[in-house]
Design a protein around this ligand. Structure first.
Ligand code: 5GP
Ligand code: MG
Length: 372
């Protein structure tokens, strides 16, 4: 799974490696050195973003050179603004010099326009523009870009000097914003003995989903004495039901822990309409949703037979007695009937025949998931 990072409220995924950046800077350094010839160029970095580019670039520059900086600011959050502030201007006379601007990124070109304004009255010998990254789809100006490292799509990036509200500049590689989470989220249902656990294991492998079993989440939180675990335990110790909000908060923590996942398989939750609503709200807050409730359908007689034969080998007491088994199955249908209605109303209910070989059933489930 790719390692997604979170800066403030946004998620970013790896986009351009440190090695790739290094290779590009090497190529630019050689290209520029050849063009500059015997002149001693002045490289001008545009702060803050370009500090890493300038540092790494000049180390690769094979001949004598000078380095200076100007400081401009145009970005607020993740959008470029027209209003460029000149925070530190030129501090040295560049008359007659060969100047190469070193930019981290050229987006709309507003910053570049300001750079040209700054240099309009300087009697430099030549002014060249070099940029590590360039977003052609966003560029609105006509200024020539003499040296371009990598053309990238019009999406917000961070790392290697570039920040999102102050964070991310120190990352040695580039990350790209994750706009929407294209997740496949399933609620998996099935009566006892339907083979839910077996199928969940296959599905999570095949679709790179994270299996969230509410029972496991409870046990984990209580065992590790998390704040939510202790809160849940305080209700259980009094013999009371754990409030939905506590369970939802635990699930939220699981979902956040796996921010890069392709989606989740919810198992054991929701059990009530209120919980189904709460789960919808949780996923909505992540720009996502439940795509399907998939229920494995197996006739009672087959379930009873399966569980009785499992009981012979597993030694599970509740798998040994036929009337207990029938009760558990009946209870399952009582409880899930309302959820079947809840998800059917949204056209999200899918019943899948759970009788057959494990492989056959996996194929049936995959057929449903692939249409989502
Ligand atoms: P422009 O003025 O060309 O629209 O944008 C130039 C400046 O905006 C860059 O020097 C950089 O500071 C900022 N910028 C543009 N695109 C991005 C981006 O994708 N990510 C980050 N972090 N900053 C950007
Ligand atoms: Mg910049």
């Amino acid at each position: 799974m790719i390692t997604v990072i979170k800066l403030h409220d946004k998620y970013f995924k790896p986009f351009i490696s440190a090695k790739e950046i290094d290779d590009v800077l090497q190529r630019l350094a050689i290209e520029i050195a050849e063009d500059v010839g015997d002149e001693i160029p002045v490289f001008v970095g545009i702060l803050n973003g370009s500090f890493m580019v300038v540092s790494d670039f000049v180390k690769k520059y094979p001949k004598p050179c000078e380095v200076t900086f100007i400081k401009l600011a145009s970005y607020e959050g993740v959008k470029s603004t027209e209003d460029i502030q000149r925070l530190i201007g030129l501090t040295q006379d560049l008359t007659g010099r060969t100047v190469v601007i070193l930019e981290d990124i050229i987006d709309t070109g507003n910053t570049l326009a300001e750079v040209h304004r700054i240099f309009k009255n300087e009697k430099v010998k030549s002014l060249k523009i070099a940029t590590l990254f360039y977003k052609p789809e966003a560029y609105k100006k006509d200024f020539k870009l003499h040296y371009v490292g990598i053309e990238i799509p019009n999406k917000f990036i961070v790392g290697y000097g570039l920040d999102y509200d102050g964070l991310g500049r120190n990352l040695p590689e580039i990350y790209q914003i994750k706009e929407t989470q294209h997740m496949t989220n399933l609620v998996l249902f099935g009566p006892p003995g339907a083979g839910k656990g077996t199928q969940a294991d296959f599905l999570k492998e095949k679709y790179n989903l994270v299996h969230i079993s509410t029972g496991d989440v409870f046990r984990y939180n209580i065992k590790n004495e998390t704040a939510l675990g202790m809160l849940a335990k305080s209700y259980m110790d009094k013999g009371e039901l754990v409030p939905d909000q506590v369970t939802i908060d635990m699930l939220n923590a699981e979902v956040e822990k796996n921010a890069g996942a392709n989606g989740f398989i919810f198992d054991g939750f929701p059990r009530t309409n209120a919980q189904a609503d709460a789960l919808d709200k949780l996923l909505d807050s992540k720009d996502s949703q439940i795509n399907a409730m998939i229920a494995l359908e197996v006739e009672d007689e087959v379930l009873v037979e399966r569980l009785l034969s499992r009981g012979k080998t597993s030694g599970r007491a509740d798998d040994a007695d036929e009337s207990i088994i029938r009760n558990r199955i009946a209870e399952y249908y009582n409880k899930t009937a309302i959820l079947k209605e809840f998800y059917s109303a949204q056209n999200k209910y899918f019943g899948v025949n759970g009788i057959g070989s494990i492989e056959d059933i996996t194929v049936r489930l995959s057929t449903v998931i692939d249409t989502l």
